[in-house]
Design a protein around this ligand. Structure first.
Ligand code: GLA
Length: 729
């Protein structure tokens, strides 16, 4: 049984195949964290709570209650009654007081995992997971909190969330609702890993020591953001890809978030994660429930690599719902960097014809096909076809492209409104804004107030109407600015603090509608590149555009960071033009192809203009995509070397689950003279099996490849790559 309760010791244990998460109940009312790590044999160990020791003076001693509150590792700490660390919950009453003390009331273990109303979440059958609800109550303010833990036994993952219900007859104001808190001794000298960056360099890995005080990341941009990703890992000192302890925390949410590690006076580290409290207040009326988004926790005692593979497995089996999850995606060519806004039906058809002759399978028409949008300064919201550019209309274009033998995809930015648009002239109040203050523009656009049903319906119908009008197989759903000037006429004065979260819920509702009405649609999320690459979006789209940056070295870093917690099958990756449009760097076509192969694969260039020798390589690259898709999408990912760390060389591999084959990608980023060949030690193979390097008569024992190494000749020149495919004999 994955979830167990030891009545005598009052200890709950959540067990997966290799891990245990344990909680004890102090004083019959306070659930506290006991243990998270390698699997334990029984749900005992109440002594680990150390309630008999100072400073954890038992709470029965009324005169020392505050010392208890300030040192006990509460499973769900609340503000106002003596816990001076960062807590998960702040509740204000109508009278203006902030104080909440949750006591355990009852608990329930069920098979399976209930969904979260309006929110994306991992899912599993009754055979695959079990759920523990700890029902907590604060009778003084009439709040019920259900701490929900679900345990994916086979996948080694545990999810957490909280549901807050107002059982009083007065409204309660939730000023801070985080989804999780886990508190551990910092005796392993923890280090913190975050995925941070900017536009065109999203999710670069940053590692730093965890020190006294608070350290963390967050977003108050209304989306998960380019700058920080809703993921943190705590790793013990010395942890690398293959050894050491790693604790991952990933937030299944696409809006404001905070994630933090706080080391207190007793050298305990409290990890918290949830919706960012800045600008957040939720009015909870009597009888209403607020559901917090969930956090996915993964523990690995075999380094960072195992943590990554666990997330990959979990998301492939229990988060991504799309029918495309395991399917080959059509190899697409997107016209954004090929033409920007300067295209016509004729130009697109020319690209489609050439693309078809190379083996490409879908044309995606990017930004600029609607309203009078010839630059990024107008027309968002006017989702009608610009027939000056798309002569003959959209259906004509789609039919022509289909007749050439390609599928057709289209770009939208449904959440936006340009000041220069018919929509804005008709409904200036549809932009999110504060009355009396001109909202700040970003890329010369505003954000639609999707919290209002009429606005949401308009935005949804704009997309759906176009999709119903022609044979469209794919949508790229973009979002190119952050939220500011938070205000909505649809919300009462004491509910304005709900806008950020209601906005995210609205996006989820629209995407749910879209995938329900168009079940065969391939949806790719995007936000100015990779600003909304998060697990929330994965619930709706099987792939997300990783970054606007296709420059080889930058992409290597972005894809390495992304693969820390996402399967390769969801990383939107294309072969871009050279010189690259974001860095100006020149890279061989072959290398650009090998890097894009680690994701969904496609092209983003003008195939009618690139050099013939590059064009000649496309059919073989497309063939490689088809040949390796199953392995790359569903295999086990291992990082062998990191260019981001060593500045010279990058290498990753994907091993089939049954270890029958491995695909290794090596990129010699900066060449250095006068070295012998590179010795690469593979990972994850069957040490007892023999592996043949495909296309050669070279056969090696698995253990030799893993421990002795494979000798890779050094490339001559920079940015040269090699793809090695070994198959078990
Ligand atoms: C964003 C996307 C790009 C492209 C442009 C169009 O930046 O990330 O791929 O679609 O918008 O304006």
């Amino acid at each position: 049984m994955p979830v167990l309760y030891n009545e005598k010791e009052k200890v709950f244990a959540l067990n997966t195949k290799n891990t245990t998460y344990m909680m004890g109940i102090a004083d019959d009312k306070y659930p506290g964290h006991l243990y998270y790590g390698k699997k334990l044999s029984a749900p005992c160990g109440e002594y680990l709570m150390r309630t008999g020791e100072s400073p954890l003076v038992p709470s029965k001693l009324k005169r020392e209650m505050v010392s208890f509150m300030d040192s006990f590792p509460m499973e769900y700490p609340a503000f106002g009654i003596g816990d001076f660390r960062d807590t998960c919950l702040t509740v204000r009453t109508e009278a203006g007081h902030r104080g909440c003390e949750l006591h355990l009331d009852s608990w329930k273990i069920t098979k399976g995992k209930p969904g979260l109303t309006g929110l994306p979440a991992t899912f599993g059958t009754e055979e695959e997971c079990q759920t523990l609800d700890l029902i907590m109550k604060d009778p003084v303010i009439g709040l019920k909190a259900t701490l929900r833990y679900s345990c994916f036994e086979d996948v080694d993952a545990i999810t957490r969330t909280v549901l807050l219900e107002n059982e009083s007859d007065r409204p309660l104001y939730l000023e801070k609702v985080l989804s999780t808190s886990v508190e551990m001794d910092n005796d392993r000298g923890f280090e913190l890993i975050t995925l941070s960056g900017s536009w065109a360099r999203e999710r670069n890995i940053i590692r730093r020591p965890v020190v006294r005080g608070k350290q963390g990341i967050g977003s108050v941009r209304g989306e998960s953001s380019h700058q920080d990703h809703p993921f943190i890992a705590l790793v013990s000192k010395g942890t690398d890809q293959d050894k050491g302890e790693a604790y991952g925390f990933h937030f299944v949410y696409s809006g404001n978030f905070m994630a933090q590690a706080e080391v207190n006076q007793f050298d305990m580290v409290r990890v918290t994660m949830g919706i960012h409290p800045e600008g957040f207040t939720w009015k909870l009326n009597p009888g209403e429930t607020f559901t917090a988004p969930e956090v996915v926790m993964v523990y690995s005692d075999e380094g960072i690599g195992k943590m990554s593979r666990t997330y990959h497995d979990l998301y492939r089996s229990h988060l991504i719902r799309s029918p495309y999850l395991h399917k080959e995606r059509p190899i697409l060519i997107n016209n954004w960097e090929a033409t920007y806004f300067n295209f016509t039906t004729e130009k697109l058809i020319a690209i489609a014809k050439e693309a078809k002759s190379c083996g490409i399978e879908m044309l995606v028409m990017d930004d600029g096909w609607f309203g009078h949008r010839n630059s990024d300064n107008s027309s968002l919201g006017d989702w009608f076809v610009n027939e000056e550019k798309i002569q003959g209309g959209l259906k004509y274009l789609v039919d022509q492209v289909n007749a050439i033998g390609l599928k057709f995809g289209i770009w939208f930015e449904p959440e936006m409104i340009s000041p220069d648009s018919e929509l804005f002239r008709a409904h200036p109040d549809w932009a999110i804004q504060i009355p009396g203050r001109e909202p700040a523009q970003c890329r010369e656009q505003y954000v639609l107030d999707l919290t209002r049903k009429e606005v949401r319906d308009y935005a949804y119908e704009s997309v759906a109407k176009i999709l119903r009008s022609a044979n469209i197989a794919y949508v790229k759903w973009d979002m190119n600015r952050q939220l500011t000037d938070i205000g909505s006429p649809g919300l009462a004065a004491d509910c304005q603090g709900e806008l950020y979260h209601r906005y995210v819920l609205a996006v989820y509702e629209m995407q749910e509608r879209l995938v329900t009405e168009f079940p065969d649609l391939l949806l790719e999320n995007c936000s100015g590149g990779g600003a909304r690459f998060d697990p929330g979006m994965l619930y709706y789209s099987p792939q997300i555009w990783c970054s606007d940056d296709m420059d080889v070295p930058e992409r290597l870093a972005i894809q390495e960071g992304t693969a820390l917690c996402y399967p390769l099958s969801c990383m939107g990756a294309h072969v871009g033009a050279s010189p690259n449009h974001t860095t100006g760097r020149v890279a061989p076509f072959e290398t650009r192809g090998h890097v894009a192969l680690a994701g969904t694969f496609g092209y983003e260039l003008d195939v009618t203009k690139i050099p013939q020798e590059d064009r000649d390589m496309i059919p073989a690259q497309c063939a490689d995509y088809h040949k390796y898709h199953g392995l790359i999408a569903d295999g086990d990912y291992y990082r062998v070397d990191s260019y981001y760390e060593n500045h010279y060389f990058d290498c990753w591999e994907v091993v089939a689950k049954d270890k029958s084959e491995v695909l290794v990608t090596c990129v010699e980023v900066w060449n250095r003279p006068n070295f012998k060949s590179r010795k690469i030690c593979f990972k994850g193979l069957d040490p007892k099996a023999m592996y043949r390097l495909e296309g050669t008569d070279q056969v090696y024992p698995g253990d030799l490849l893993m421990y002795g190494g494979y000798l890779l000749p050094r490339a001559f020149g920079d940015l040269k790559s090699t793809l090695l495919h070994f198959v078990r004999e």
